[in-house]
Write a protein that binds this ligand. Structure first.
Ligand SMILES: NC(=O)c1ccc[n+]([C@@H]2O[C@H](COP(=O)([O-])OP(=O)(O)OC[C@H]3O[C@@H](n4cnc5c(N)ncnc54)[C@H](OP(=O)(O)O)[C@@H]3O)[C@@H](O)[C@H]2O)c1
Length: 256
């Protein structure tokens, strides 16, 4: 245990959806290192989530695995209750769980659209609603939605249904801001572009890697830790006057 290290999130309970892999894992690990008790949520990768929990616990932190489909209301109510029973009411919610689908409009079905909206948008709505009343009653909360650059400018390779689901998530952020900020709850989103997770790393060819990198003014793809740093700031006390914002974590891709 790093007893001499400042733990800015000590005493806080955080829920990170999709915390088993990629960006979510980096966020969960950061929160754990900062002293929060972390719900490391996954859909199916329970063993990956267990590894994240083990990493946090090995550094003296507290965490537990939560499992369920964010698009299923009963699952969401259940895993939020499990976290609350274990560590107390949720102070920080990060809606990070998400899925993408790389197909052109000509091959995109209505079922594809429904599937992405169900996870990327409805999932965030259900999780926010599950914690909002308690945050309101306690006059404190941080809700951070992991959206996407695609929600702002469309995606070249991501499907239009992905862009639509993330634009809707950005709209959800703004709507929640108006309704929840009067109760001391800040609501923001971070909008990443091309973050090199292990999933992306495994799928990109050398040509695709070079093309993606050349489209980013800062000259490299993002790292999960780049997104975690922005989320960590929005979760901190220093960000108490920031609500309704969208932070691009894109290496400048948004203006390229
Ligand atoms: N990587 C990028 O370049 C990039 C760019 C822009 C935005 N984003 C957004 O950032 C977030 C994280 O992306 P990532 O690249 O780190 O993703 P990832 O590595 O594919 O991980 C996705 C996470 O979401 C969970 N998940 C998927 N479907 C779910 C469902 N129905 N219910 C509950 N959890 C579910 C997965 O759980 P399991 O492990 O159990 O499957 C996993 O933990 C996503 O919202 C994504 O859209 C990523």
């Amino acid at each position: 245990m790093n007893s001499g290290t400042h733990k800015p999130l000590a005493g806080k309970t955080a829920l990170v959806t999709g915390g088993s892999r990629g960006i979510g894992r980096a966020i969960a690990t950061l929160f754990g290192a900062q002293g929060a008790a972390v719900g490391v949520h996954c859909h199916k990768s329970v063993s990956a989530a267990e590894e994240v929990v083990a990493t946090i616990e090995a550094s003296g932190g507290r965490a537990r695995v939560l499992q369920g489909d964010v698009g299923d209301e009963n699952d969401v109510e259940r895993f939020v209750s499990e976290l609350t029973d274990a560590f107390g009411p949720v102070d920080i919610l990060v809606n990070n769980a998400g899925i993408n689908h790389f197909v052109p409009i000509f091959e995109t079905t209505e079922a594809d659209l429904d599937r992405l909206v169900r996870v990327n948008t409805t999932g965030a709505f259900l999780c926010a609603r599950a914690v909002a009343s308690t945050m309101r009653d306690r006059r404190y909360g941080r809700i951070i939605n992991v959206s996407s650059d695609c929600g702002k400018r469309g995606g070249k390779v991501s499907g239009v249904h992905f862009s639509a689901s993330k634009a809707a998530l950005q709209g959800l952020t703004r709507g929640l801001t108006r309704q929840l900020s009067p109760f001391g709850i800040t609501v923001n989103d971070v909008a990443p572009a091309t973050i090199l997770t292990e999933r992306l790393d495994a799928t990109l060819s050398e040509e695709q890697r070079a093309a993606r990198t050349s489209a980013i003014p800062i000259g490299r793809m993002g790292r999960p830790e780049d997104v975690a740093a922005a989320v960590g700031f929005l979760a901190s006390d220093q960000a108490g006057f920031i609500t309704g914002a969208s932070i691009d974590v894109s290496g400048g891709a948004r203006i390229a």
